[in-house]
Ligand binder design. Structure first.
Ligand code: ATP
Ligand code: MG
Length: 245
């Protein structure tokens, strides 16, 4: 897959007479096969950006080149195809269907893409193995822990084997150890499955897995450091707060 190139992206939400400018001319390149982390204060436009990349919403102006097409120009039907084939989305609150088992939740995106039968069953089993959830495949979400539900969320995003994974605060609801496991799983998706991954997060451990960490303020990218540099800065800050340097 090619890089994703975002140029001068603008998103204005109109509600009644008031307008909110969520993105104000955002420029950004996402390299194929990298983990890009996005950080920034509440309301700065992180979810808006992910929703546009995921084809859940359309921008007001600008362009997003992904796999040879500009998302902005896609017809409604092509945008649905984009959502189904090109991207998988991982949500903070897992977004599983409560009445379906873990296995059925993973199968759902494949059914919506008109896949079924043996191919779907095999793919589901493969994904359950990847996330180490085979023994709990027939449990419903409310019978699973937060970490287990998020692993199913990840498998659901991977169901149709999209080249791009988008995650919005995927560790926000998880305890430290479980969050670490989910971050490790993202790293495997990059290393072993060559996925391009964009993660919006407040989790400072993101430096351990991200190639780059970008900051957004007020609808624009304001800075970028490598994952390593980010981790070093976090360590320096805690050392100085403890009076060690
Ligand atoms: N559907 C909507 N209608 C109107 N305004 C919206 C809508 N969605 C988001 N906004 C506004 O757009 C701005 C950016 O919102 P967004 O959800 O992208 O922020 P965020 O960076 O994801 O914040 P958080 O860290 O709290 O999740 C905010 O001012 C928000 O109130
Ligand atoms: Mg958000």
């Amino acid at each position: 897959m090619a890089d994703i190139v975002i140029k001068d992206l603008i998103k204005v939400y109109k509600t009644g007479k008031s307008e909110v400018i969520a993105l104000r001319g955002l420029d950004c390149k996402i390299n194929s096969g990298e983990i890009l982390a996005i950080m920034g204060p509440s309301g700065c436009g992180k979810t808006t950006l992910l929703n546009i990349l995921g084809g859940l919403d359309r921008p007001t102006a600008g362009s997003v080149m992904l796999d040879g097409s500009n998302l902005v120009d896609l017809s409604d039907a092509d945008l649905v195809k984009h959502r189904r084939e090109k991207v998988g989305i991982v949500f903070q609150f897992f977004n599983l269907v409560p009445t379906l088992t873990a296995r059925e939740n993973i199968e759902l995106p494949m059914r919506l893409a008109s896949k079924g039968g043996k191919e779907m069953k095999e793919r589901t089993t493969e994904l359950l193995k990847l996330i180490d959830m085979e023994p709990r495949a027939n449990h419903k979400p409310d019978e699973l822990s937060g970490g287990e539900q998020q692993r199913i969320g990840l498998a659901t995003a991977l169901a149709n084997d999209p080249p791009v994974i988008l995650a919005d605060e995927p560790t926000g609801e998880l305890d430290t150890v479980t969050g670490q496991q989910i971050l490790h799983l993202f790293k495997r998706l990059k290393d072993e499955y060559k996925k391009t991954i964009v993660i919006v997060t407040h989790d400072q451990r993101i430096g351990q897995i991200a190639d780059r960490v970008m900051t957004i303020v007020d609808g624009k990218i304001t800075g970028e450091v490598s994952g390593e540099e980010f981790s070093r800065k976090i360590a320096d800050t805690s050392r100085s707060q403890l009076g060690l340097s």
